[in-house]
Design a protein around this ligand. Structure first.
Ligand code: 7TS
Length: 405
């Protein structure tokens, strides 16, 4: 296994195009990563060759679809080292995974006066579902303080823990700032205090190995589209005892064993949480994305991303007017920044005119932007298919933005 960025780029046909007259520089990987041809082919081959509904056992195509669909679940299970495929629930993505836990686990575990702790830099999808269930239960959602560098204040966190805290829900990596949180320590502290822990892995699992058993998290939520797979599919890992104790999320076909007006018996795990015809094609595409990740040297890929970030920080320091937002010691390949005298939306538009795609705004993390007293940032986020030349293109484009403004 070797890692060669030029070779890797051949797998991503979308990268090889001009945008607004310039070669595309795609630096919006935290929003969604691009898809390798292997994933695109897996989805296309499903529709061309064996599209059929699953778990019906009705005919050969249905059997083929079921085998591929369940095989994808095995790939996800192995990828995060879950104990069993029973503990891998297909969802539409991180957002749905967190909503499921908030509604179903929050529904049975939260009582009036209880507390849910999230960090102050969470994505909205790891804040709002907790607020929704807390409101119906008379519980409250409290923010664990985050420093001006973008690091969770562990001392403050320890002080907040206590018998009222039933759930701690934090991101593996902040999408807005790039901070890699000390989740192992957070999980262990929360457990010592009797709380359960959900890790929002949207920005984590695509970048380096995640072992849910070693982490000992109670839930881990993630999206395929941020790890080179398709949109509309993701997964929730949960500890078996918790998933068993939780009621279903939605009712319908697939999630039942028997239905009668006298009483319905729910299906076993994982199907209890999978009402309706699932997203079969994209689950298979997700499996292909995992095969792809397993086929590259992931350690070298992670090192490459980290080198790109370091190069970006180095060039930023030499560029007058650029102010990084989020300077934690342990960071993933996310560079959020402000440019003196420019609104983030204008930066994004002017970079786009030069073929450079970044995201601007509050990155669905409004509370931390409010804390910093800014409306948002421009954000370049790197993947292993990005190059040093592309980082240089970003800063050359920023120089032009400065001239325009
Ligand atoms: N959690 C984090 C940390 C995220 O970065 C995102 C999406 C989500 C949850 C929600 O994931 P979804 O797949 O269910 O939408 N983050 C971003 C982003 O940074 N730019 O666009 C989406």
């Amino acid at each position: 296994m070797s890692f060669n960025v030029e070779q890797i780029r051949q797998d991503f046909p979308i990268l090889n195009q001009d945008i607004n007259g310039q070669k595309l520089v795609y630096l919006d990987n935290a929003a969604t990563t691009q898809k390798p041809i292997q994933v695109i082919d897996a989805i296309s081959n499903f529709y061309k060759g064996y599209n059929s509904n699953v778990h019906r056992g009705a005919h050969t195509l249905s059997d083929r679809a079921t085998v591929a669909f369940e095989n994808a679940r095995v790939k996800v299970k192995d990828f995060i080292n879950a104990e069993s495929t029973d503990q891998i629930i297909w969802t539409r993505g991180t957002t749905e995974s967190i909503n499921l836990v908030a509604a179903c686990f929050g529904g049975i575990s939260l009582e009036a006066g209880d507390q849910v702790l999230v960090s102050a830099m969470e994505h909205h999808s790891n804040i709002v579902p907790w607020q929704m269930i807390a409101q119906t239960k008379g519980a409250e959602v409290l923010a664990i303080p985050v420093s001006s560098e973008g690091e969770i204040d562990l001392e403050a966190f320890k002080a907040m823990l206590g018998p009222k805290v039933k759930m701690v829900s934090v991101g593996h990596v902040s999408n807005a700032l790039g901070t890699v949180n000390p989740i192992k320590e957070i999980i262990s502290l929360a457990h010592d205090s009797g709380a359960k822990v959900l890790i929002d892995g949207a920005q984590g699992v695509g970048h380096w190995d995640v072992d849910v058993q070693e982490l000992d998290c109670d839930f881990y939520a993630f999206s395929a589209h941020k790890m080179f797979g398709p949109t509309g599919i993701g997964a929730l890992y949960g500890k078996r005892a918790l998933l068993e104790a939780m009621p279903p999320y939605m009712g319908g076909g697939e999630m039942i064993e028997t239905v009668s007006f006298e009483g319905t018996v729910y299906n076993k795990l994982p199907f209890k949480f999978e009402a309706g015809t699932p997203n079969i094609a994209d689950a298979i595409g997700f499996g292909a994305a995992i095969d792809y990740l397993n086929s590259i040297d992931r350690k070298a890929a992670a090192q490459h991303e980290s080198d790109l970030l370091a190069y970006c920080v180095e060039l930023a320091a030499k560029t007058e007017g650029v102010k990084p937002v989020g300077t934690a010691l342990n960071k993933a390949g996310v560079f959020s920044f402000l440019l003196e005298g420019a609104h983030p939306a204008d930066i994004g538009m002017l970079l786009d005119q030069q073929g450079v795609a970044v995201r601007t705004g509050n990155h669905c993390a409004q509370p931390i932007m409010d804390q910093f007293g800014i409306p948002g940032t421009a954000r370049a986020s790197f993947s292993f298919y990005n190059t040093r030349e592309e980082v240089e293109r970003l800063f050359a484009a920023i120089e032009k933005v400065k001239m325009f403004l």
